[in-house]
Design a protein around this ligand. Structure first.
Ligand SMILES: [Zn+2]
Length: 237
């Protein structure tokens, strides 16, 4: 294999692995950030449901109070009714008692409704508490996993960076300039292996002339995707 081809092959392998490490680290961090957002959302929902429960309980208390007030009013009206001095007064009081009795009937229905709300909120709170706990357990697991893997990945990445640097030093200066520009634009895909006579990045079939030149050590770029081409050592041997 030609020198330039071997360098390109090495750099392609090293940069691809480095890119994989960096990508997986970023992905793990992003995953943690998404999980944190999810947990916070669940916590907000839990807080909202706790508020709903508080409101429903307050409504029950208030309506019970109104019910009692009305009941004592009805008792008062009944007392007054017994002491009414005229038929007209008696009828007025009778209508008041009727009105308050109806109001209490409505209140009783509303109390039942509010108690149902209390029940529903209590069930929802239990469910949401379990959801939050499960999400937090999952988060800790992913975080612990990342914390365990990270030092090894960082170490491997540091080693790869040195190897990349060392290998790049061996590139002829005129090629290095173009190579750096390609890496800037495409990352590890700046380099493309030739597989079954084609560019493995864009699948353009190479001419016989290009293959001969590549094997002879001439640095060539793919005419379609403009990547530096190399013939892998496994194919060449
Ligand atoms: Zn190509």
């Amino acid at each position: 294999m030609t020198v330039i081809g071997r360098l390109f092959e090495q750099l392609h392998g090293l940069r691809t692995r480095l890119h994989e490490i960096e990508t997986s680290r970023e992905r793990a961090k992003r995953q943690l950030a998404i999980k944190t957002t999810g947990i916070n959302k669940k916590k907000e929902e839990l807080e909202q449901t706790r508020n709903d429960l508080k409101q429903a309980r307050m409504a029950v208390d208030q309506k019970n109070l109104n019910l009692k007030t009305n009941e004592s009013k009805i008792a008062d009206w009944k007392n007054k009714q017994n002491q009414a001095s005229s038929n007209r007064e008696y009828d007025i009081i009778k209508n008041q008692i009727l009105a308050d009795t109806m109001a209490n009937s409505v209140l009783e229905d509303e109390i039942i409704e509010s108690l149902e709300k209390v029940d529903r909120a209590q069930i929802a709170i239990k469910e949401k508490e379990q959801e939050v706990a499960a999400a937090e357990t999952e988060f800790k697991k992913v975080e612990a996993d990342l914390t365990a893997k990270l030092p090894g990945l960082e170490k491997e990445a540091a080693k790869l960076r040195i190897e990349v640097e060392e290998t790049e030093k061996q590139l002829p200066p005129d090629i290095e300039v173009i190579y750096r520009r390609l890496v800037q634009a495409h990352g590890p895909d700046a380099l493309s292996a030739v597989a079954t006579r084609s560019c493995s990045n864009c699948y353009l079939e190479l001419t016989q002339q290009m293959l001969v030149e590549l094997r002879a050590g001439k640095p060539l770029m793919c005419k379609s995707c403009a990547r530096y081409l190399y013939v892998p050592s496994t194919v060449e041997s």
